[in-house]
Design a protein. Structure first.
Length: 376
């Protein structure tokens, strides 16, 4: 039986694979030029017309539609050029030297005024970010294997140790000794290993403030949970790490957001993936995740009516749209959305603090989890 590859060997192999795919892509373009054809790239369509809900796999996935982007096409040439700039930077600057860079690093490295013109290669970072996604889908890979990373976002605390590898150094990090701030979740988490796991479930909170409240109260220690915050919309690193925790360690996971359509959306992207990153759902989706609250029903049950907020027209419109999404068709979610549309009220997680600051730690969470009062 073949020996199991070390992380270093896997990383080296991945670099070689992606570097070779970029080289082959370049060779195809050169061959098209030699044949006096208009050089083009095949890129999967990422629009809503090519995004579907996989009922069996419980995830949002990308379909089979592809489009061609041509070098000599006024509508395509700028995006084509930007994709080539990203590919060159990834192959020559990052993979060849086994280095990683932030999305911002790439933006500044490749932005310049084209010689003998007033045209810049890239104006805003969103252009280079889009080119990165174009490259990852055309190479059938993901951003982290291109050695590109976003700014870290998200924090964790709990009775568990993680091993984090940076090049040839391995750091052992005890998540129970991270103080008031917790451990910052890296953008790239493939190298993370889990050790000395003393937790029974993952609790992920949408807001930093809730993480701080629960961490200060020692909730994770009293209840044997791994506490996590996404600080708003979850970044790729946090989503990937949560999937790994639930799949590799077989841990249940519960989500805590505001009682409003935006909170539901944050939950759904963690559980099912998103339309914008449908090509990444296999790596980022967390089908085991359950919605703990705050629910519209909680507003009544916990007598929070005095601390609710009137829903805006945009909230109502968003809820009506989400009611039609296939991944919200479960009868429990249809009831939840209908109740929201009927009451037209929303509530923030912090509304629970109107009882007392530790109400969420001492009463709300223990009651909800004990009763298994979740939405699917």
């Amino acid at each position: 039986m073949a020996a199991k590859k070390t992380i270093e060997e896997k990383n080296a192999s991945n670099r070689e694979i992606i570097s070779e795919r970029i080289r082959q892509m370049g060779e195809k373009l050169v061959a098209q030029i030699d044949a006096k054809d208009n050089p083009s790239l095949k890129i999967p369509v990422r629009g809503s017309s090519n995004v579907f809900y996989d009922e069996k796999g419980k995830k949002i996935v990308l379909g089979d539609k592809v489009a061609r982007r041509y070098m000599f096409n006024v509508a395509h040439s700028r995006r084509f050029m930007q994709t080539m700039l990203v590919a060159s930077y990834v192959k020559k600057d990052l993979l060849a030297n086994n280095l990683t860079a932030t999305l911002r690093d790439l933006y500044y490295a490749k932005k310049h005024t084209i010689k003998n013109s007033r045209e810049n290669t890239i104006e805003e970072q969103k252009e280079s970010d889009t080119a990165i996604v174009d490259l990852e889908v055309s190479l059938e890979t993901f951003r982290e294997r291109l050695h590109l990373r976003a700014e870290p976002k998200g924090r964790m605390a709990g009775d568990m140790t993680v091993l984090d590898r940076v090049r040839d150094k391995v750091d052992s990090i005890d998540l129970s000794r991270m103080g008031s701030g917790g451990w910052a979740v890296p953008s790239i988490v493939e190298q993370i290993e889990f050790k000395d796991v003393g937790v029974e479930y993952v609790l992920v909170a949408e807001k930093n403030a809730i993480f701080d409240r629960l961490n200060e109260d020692g909730y994770w220690k009293k209840n044997k949970c791994l506490l996590m915050t996404t600080a708003g919309q979850a970044a790729r690193g946090a989503r990937r790490l949560m999937q790994r925790l639930t799949e590799e360690l077989n841990l249940p996971a519960y989500c805590l957001t505001d009682a409003d359509p935006y909170g539901w959306y944050i939950y759904s992207t963690m559980k099912y993936g998103s339309m914008a990153l449908a090509h990444e759902s296999d790596r980022l989706g967390c089908p085991k995740l359950k919605f703990l609250g705050v629910s519209t029903s909680d507003i009544e049950h916990y007598k929070l009516n005095d601390v609710t907020i009137k829903a805006k027209d945009l909230d109502i419109k968003r809820a009506q749209e989400m009611k039609e999404y296939d991944w919200f068709k479960a009868k429990e979610w249809q009831r939840e959305i209908d109740k929201f549309l009927d009451k037209k009220l929303k509530a923030e997680i912090q509304a629970l603090s109107s009882k007392n600051l530790q109400y969420i730690s001492n009463t709300y969470l223990p009651e909800k989890i004990s009763a298994q009062d979740f939405l699917p």
